[in-house]
Design a protein around this ligand. Structure first.
Ligand SMILES: Cc1cc2nc3c(=O)[nH]c(=O)nc-3n(C[C@H](O)[C@H](O)[C@H](O)COP(=O)(O)OP(=O)(O)OC[C@H]3O[C@@H](n4cnc5c(N)ncnc54)[C@H](O)[C@@H]3O)c2cc1C
Length: 366
């Protein structure tokens, strides 16, 4: 599909399927918008970054448009693409044949299980084990912060099959319906509550050897294949969110009058909004530049993706907080979505590698 046509279809789905009231209701009720996510996946969004040639910039443009209306489905499409990457790039022909089309089209929702209670930024601390058992493996351990927990039918579980460190980890594609998979209570999150996140425990879960994605003890090679994509997709979500906050703040500042004039005419407010517009546009351009580098397999992909993630997510945090400021007392209440957007922005500085970890990665390349 041509880029303009695809983006037009995304806009149609967003216009028909998302209203501010609907988003607020889902966030309050913590209900996952499955049908909406499916429609976006069926349109081919995850395929843009899991089918060659990759069209990462187009994917990020589409995700940004969804996030401008509502972050949860945008992040969900991003997660679905990420959970498909390892299989698409490293899976055996049999596994790809069985699952790839269903994952790309969102017919089965999937998740990535890397983090654990004791293993966050440092994935070398992964303690979940996969022990050989006949012609397969037995999984034991607890994964933490699993996005799509409770709605996913498939999980990429990273478990220890070899010695310590990053070298002894293997990726397994696990059915959530397998005996011994226990999805725990959803985390009580600050934001993005419509997208469930929970711990998942594995009690002697039997996994056939054919479910290994990539090579045994080389799971982190499979994971590396989506770390860059993870940064870019989250940057796109953050830019969409920041754009929504700026739009709402500008509308308010143009219509709210104090001291006989719209508050946007006071430099203290106008400059806040001007800076937001500069930083959002700079974030977007850096993101698209990074995407183009990724799509041609350029050597600066990791560096640019980390830079784009940090700039976009720090910008979203700043812009959403300033939007609350510009809306004054109203901004501090549930009558306006900006307080929710501020809470949602915080997430993006933490996931897909915290912004400190990104800065450390950038510094190491300078
Ligand atoms: C809503 C949500 C959804 C998530 N979804 C998933 C998912 O689907 N799958 C999954 O596997 N994980 C997921 N995560 C986990 C996420 O990837 C981790 O939270 C993240 O990697 C950071 O780990 P941590 O929270 O344990 O922080 P820690 O690693 O414990 O870090 C604590 C603090 O120390 C800083 N820090 C740590 N190491 C360094 C360092 N070397 N240099 C400088 N600062 C450092 C960090 O930046 C942070 O500020 C999710 C998290 C959240 C909140």
């Amino acid at each position: 599909m041509e880029p303009d046509e695809l983006l037009g279809r995304v806009d149609e789905i967003v216009a028909a399927g998302i209203t501010p009231e609907l988003a607020a209701e889902h966030e309050r009720g913590e209900t996952y918008p499955l049908e909406l996510v499916r429609r976006l996946c069926e349109l081919g969004l995850p395929a843009l970054v899991t089918e060659r040639p990759h069209r990462t910039e187009l994917f990020c443009r589409a995700v940004e448009r969804v996030a401008t209306a509502w972050v949860a489905p945008a992040e969900s499409v991003h997660l679905q693409a990420l959970a498909t990457c390892a299989l698409a790039r490293h899976g055996s022909p049999e596994l790809r044949e069985e699952f790839l089309a269903r994952l790309r089209q969102g017919r089965v929702i999937a998740g990535n299980c890397l983090s654990e209670p004791g293993a966050g930024s440092d994935l070398a601390l992964i303690a979940t084990t996969a022990e050989p058992d006949g012609d397969g493996y037995r999984l034991n351990g607890v994964k933490a912060w699993v996005g799509h927990a409770g709605v996913a039918g498939l999980l990429n579980v990273y478990a220890r099959t070899g010695g310590g460190g990053l070298g002894g980890i293997t990726c397994f594609l696990v059915d959530t319906a397998s005996p011994g998979v226990e999805v725990r209570r959803a985390e009580d999150k600050m934001g993005v509550r419509a997208l469930p996140t929970a711990q998942i425990a594995f009690h002697d879960v039997r996994v056939p050897a054919g479910r290994v994605v990539g090579r045994v003890n080389r799971g982190m090679v499979a994971a590396q294949s989506f770390f860059v994509q993870g940064r870019l997709g989250i940057a796109a979500c953050a830019i969409g969110l920041a754009e929504a906050a700026l739009t709402r703040a500008v509308t308010h500042a143009r219509t709210r009058e104090q001291f006989g004039a719209p508050v946007i005419t006071f430099q203290g407010v106008g400059f806040l909004l001007a800076d937001a517009s500069i930083e959002i546009e700079a974030s977007r351009q850096l993101l698209h530049h990074a995407c183009r580098e990724v799509d041609v397999g350029g050597g600066r992909s990791e560096l640019l993706a980390a830079q784009a993630k940090v700039l976009a997510t720090d910008t979203a945090m700043k812009v959403t907080a300033n939007a609350v400021q510009v809306l004054g007392a109203r901004g501090y209440t549930g009558a306006e979505p900006v307080e929710r957007w501020m809470r949602e922005a915080k997430l993006f500085q933490i996931i897909e590698g915290t912004n400190q970890i990104q800065r450390a990665a950038i510094a190491s390349r300078l």
